[in-house]
Design a binder for this molecule. Structure first.
Ligand code: SAM
Length: 220
């Protein structure tokens, strides 16, 4: 039996209450975005039954859609108010980009695997998120044509913070990313406090797939 919209909505509501609010995410705009975006649209058909489960899921090409709580937590750390220009690195399924699209004025998202980028662009367009643009690029170098950004979210693990991304932050802008080795990382937030000054904060441990690129890890 294919679940109908009402049962997807109920699953989404449970996800928000039990996985996200229960773990301390409080920003009402972030919670509303998680209630609004149909996560099941972003997972492969054979994985849909697990779309609202408490973990990452495979999306092909050796990549994953992140755990819902991690999406919520990283988004909350960006502190979006609604009028920002945002860059995401690591489009994957497009789910995180859709969440950002609900919370910001303009979103650019970068993916190195062209097939994933094409699928994500199609899903985002179907949901009417025309202000979210997908580009095929090495996101470790950012996306200079639309810089600077008020917020940057990196959804893949970097060995250290990519200098190119710091340079594309607007004054007061925030960069949230996982930094560490290939298997475990910590979430970091870098805030641009002056032309050459940044404030770094460290949050919880996470495990992301690697950021492959010029200012990330070399391709295996
Ligand atoms: N945000 C995604 C979502 O909502 O489904 C999940 C991202 S997945 C954990 C990491 C993604 O980063 C993969 O799709 C991978 O191909 C991509 N990636 C890795 N290195 C990259 C790079 N240098 N530039 C752009 N994308 C990259």
């Amino acid at each position: 039996m294919t679940p109908n919209e009402e049962s997807w909505r109920a699953a989404r509501e449970r996800m928000v209450r039990e996985q996200i609010e229960a773990r301390g995410v409080r920003d009402p705009r972030v919670l509303a975005a998680l209630r609004a975006v149909p996560r099941h649209v972003f997972v492969p058909p054979e994985k849909r039954a697990w779309a609202y489960a408490d973990g990452p899921l495979p999306i092909g090409h050796g990549q994953t859609i992140s755990q819902p709580y991690i999406v919520a937590r990283m988004t909350e750390l960006l502190g979006l108010q609604g009028d920002e220009k945002v860059l995401e690195v690591g489009t994957g399924s497009g789910y995180q980009a859709a969440i950002l699209g609900h919370l910001a004025r303009e979103v650019h998202t970068l993916e190195r695997v062209p097939e994933l980028a094409a699928q994500a662009a199609e899903r985002l367009a179907r949901l009417g998120l025309d202000h979210v643009q997908v580009h095929v690029a090495d996101g470790s170098l950012g996306w200079p044509p639309a810089a600077p950004y008020d917020a940057i979210l990196v959804a893949a693990a970097a060995p250290e913070v990519p200098r190119a991304l710091l340079a594309q932050l607007a004054p007061g802008g925030r960069l949230v990313l996982p930094v560490g080795d290939r298997y475990q990382q910590v979430l970091e937030r870098w805030t641009r406090t002056g032309p050459d000054r940044y404030h770094r904060e460290v949050f919880e441990p996470v495990a992301f797939v690697p950021l492959i690129g010029d200012q990330g890890w070399p391709a295996a």
